[in-house]
Write a protein that binds this ligand. Sequence first.
Ligand code: SF4
Length: 390
Amino acid sequence: MTTYSHSRLSTYENCPYQYKLKYIDKIKVDVPTTIEAFMGDLVHQTLEKLYKDKKFKKVVSRSTLLKFYKDLWAKEYSDDILVAKSDQGLTSENYRKMGIKFIEDYYNKYKPFDQLIILGLETQDRMTLPDGNQWHVRIDKLACDSEGNYYVCDYKTNARMKDQGEADADRQLALYSIWVKDKFKDAKSVKLVWHMLAFNKEAVSERSDEQLEKLQQDVCDKIKEVESATEFPRNQTGLCNYCVYKEMCPSFKHEIELEKKDIKEFKEDEGLRLVDEYSLIKTKLAELKEKEDEVVGKIIDYAKQFGVDIIYGSNRKCSVKEFEKVVLPEDREKFLGLLKDKGLYEAYSMICYPKINSGIAKGELDEEIKGQCEVVKDFRVSLGRRDRDE
Ligand code: SF4
């Protein structure tokens, strides 16, 4: 049995290929620490210290807490931490100050920190899912009140406020509710609390037992899908910019190789030349098609003007025949219904090949139908715009 987590399943949902590299092939890559992750980690450690001291009935002063954060920063910061937004004029000092502001705001809002009874800080555990797999539990702050309400709290340092819809749809903390209900039999309710530190606000959500049961089932279904997957397609999204496997990903490998070349090597790159040539051909074909439409229009005008239906060229002739073209009604459903009612549908409809292809690829058509077809490997080559700012 495997231990799953929200982050593991999210990786599969975002890009199955990335999931394969990370969890199946277990490819290790050097991942630079980003300044966002570094600052977030230090803020977590600082708030952990705040509540650890509180356990011993000691309310740490604001200045002591801030000194703790600043000292930690001075001790642990190194120049290899990645400040990706340096091109926007941001420096590590901006992030250090953001962390100070988050801690100050939190401190001022919750002092003297006795609203809840703290049960655990940075709690880690595993819970068993109905399918026997394990789910990794990691809670920043677990607390309760005297009424038997439990609180699963998560500190967020990102610059985007979580709205109620997102909080109510979140899988990670919601699953921890099941763990809390299992561990603490007196729990009357489990509230999921995101401390959105950049906004000095909380986002709160709660799930019913029925919702949790459905969520658990959805997670087990997703795990089943992951475990039975034989294909791991790539899914290119904006998240690719943060993917640590980008350099080895077939969708970006060539681009990264090109970026490393000098001007001469760049111009001589075979792949680059082939795509440029293909792009030129496609442009010329499009221009020719436009030209073809224009000339055909003029040929029709010529035939009408001079009352001829064959026009002669040097080596070939062109026939121009007028015919009655049927335009189908806009209400397609009604029209198809009429054909079916009259028993004519079979004779006048045809198989939609792209739909059959996609139905088989997605497993929507059963084995009997699939067995009638031969599935062979082929390539589809298509041109797209290259966005160099990505
Ligand atoms: S770069 Fe994008 S497509 Fe490639 S593995 Fe990473 S997330 Fe997937």
